[in-house]
Design a protein around this ligand. Sequence first.
Ligand code: G3H
Length: 496
Amino acid sequence: MAGTGVFEDIIEGEVFKYYTDGEWKKSASGKSVAIINPTTRTTQYKVQACTQEEVNKVIESSKIAQKQWAKTPLWKRAELLHKAAAILKEHKAPIAECLVKEIAKPAKDSVTEVVRSGDLISYCAEEGVRILGEGKFLVSDSFPGNERTKYCLTSKIPLGVVLAIPPFNYPVNLAVSKIGPALIAGNSLVLKPPTQGAVACLHMVHCFHLAGFPTGLISCVTGKGSEIGDFLTMHPGVNCISFTGGDTGIAISKKAGMVPLQMELGGKDACIVLEDADLDLVAANIIKGGFSYSGQRCTAVKVILVMESVADALVEKVNARVAKLKVGPPEEDSDITPVVSESSANFIEGLAKDAKEKGATFCQEYKREGNLIWPLLLDNVRPDMRIAWEEPFGPILPVIRINSVEEGIHHCNASNFGLQGCIFTKDINKAILISDAMETGTVQINSAPARGPDHFPFQGLKDSGIGSQGITNSINMMTKIKSTVINLPSPSYTMG
Ligand code: G3H
C-alpha cells in the first residue's frame, strides 16, 4: 500500500512530504494539494503545497550537490543508477497502485510503466558510460592556413541543475526519462511532478533515496502550478528544462531564460490507410494506438485518414474490435478507464457534441458516467469539425475518408502538431515517399505511433516540441561541449 513499508518516511498523517537535502519534509505553508481519484472522484491522496521560499532552498542545495556530483566518476554514477533501477522494480507494486488510484491507468499497464522505467534507468547508466566516456581530438591543420600547432580536446560537461516536469499520463516513466540522463551526465535534478501522479513520483524518488544518491542531488517539490510553476521555470538557478505535457510547454518556452529546453507537447497523430493495406493489421493498430490508456497518450492515433474504397471495410473491422473493449475501473484491468479529470471528460464531450451537430456518424452510442467515457469511433468526419484538428486525449477517434494520398498528407501537414504519424500499405516505396512528405518527427510504417523503445529518438515538429528525446539524445541534450586547446610552439606531425 502507498506510503507503507519502506515508503513510510514519505508520509506524515495523511499528507505526503516533499523531498530535499536527502530528507522528506513538510512544507512551511501548512497547506496541501488534493489528488482526486479519477474513478471515484474523491480525494485519494494529499501532497505538500511548497512555497517559493522552499523552491529557492531546493535549488540552492541542488546547485551545491551538483558540484560534487560532477566530480563523481562515471562508473560510480552508473552503479547508483543501476541500484535505483533495481529498487524501483522491486517496489513496482505500491508504485503501480498509486498510478491506478491517481491517474486510473489499468493495473497491468501501471506495473509495465514502473518496470519500463527501471529498464530505462539502467539503459541510461550503460549508454552514459559509453558516450560520456568519449570526446573528440581535433588538429588545426585541416583548416586552411593552419599548421599542426593546436590540439583540441573536447568533452561533454554537465549543464548544472536540470528541472524535470513530467505529465500525468506517464508520471514515473517520463520522469525517469529525464532523471536518468540528467544524473548520468553529472547534473543535479529538481522534479516537479504533475498533481495527478505526484504520489507515484514521490515513491519513485524514494527509490533513488534508498539507492544512496548524494544529499541534495535529487529533489522533488510538489505544489500548485499557480504558486510555484512559473517560479520554477523562470528560476535563475535552473540550467535546463525538460518538460512533457500540453500547451503549458509553449508558455514555458516563451518565459524561460537562456537555458536549453527539451519539450514534448501534444500530437494529432494521423493514420493514413492506403487501398492495399492489411485491414486486420490496421484495425488492431487503431485499437491499440487509439484506445490504449483511453487515448490519453501524446502518441495516440488521433485521426484516421482512410481511402474511401476501403473505408467501409475498415470501419466495420474497427467497430467489431471496439465492441470487445472492456470498459470499467482500472483496478479490474479494463481497456477503457475513466479519463484523468472531470474537466478533461467535459472537453472530450464538447468535441463529441460538436461532431454530432455537424453531422458525423456515431458508430457507437455516446455514453459517459462520471469521468468514464465509452470508446467511440466517429465516421465521416469533415475538416469543419473540431475533432478533425483538436486533441481529445480521450477514447474518441475520428475517421476522415480521403480520395487521394495527397489529401491525407495535406490534412496531416495542415495540423499545428507534428509529433508522429503512421502509414499502412504493403508498398514500401510508396510508404517512404509518404513518410518523407509527412511533417512529423516520426513516421511509423505498418504500426501505430509510439515513443518506445525508449532509446529511439523521439521528437515533434511544430507545436509538438523542441529538441529530441530518447536516451542518447537526452544525455547529449543535458550536456555541453567543452574544449581544451593545447598550443604547441612549433608544428608537430606524427611520423613526420
Ligand atoms: O504521452 C506521451 C508519451 O510520450 C507517449 O509514450 O508512446 O510510450 O505511449 P508512448
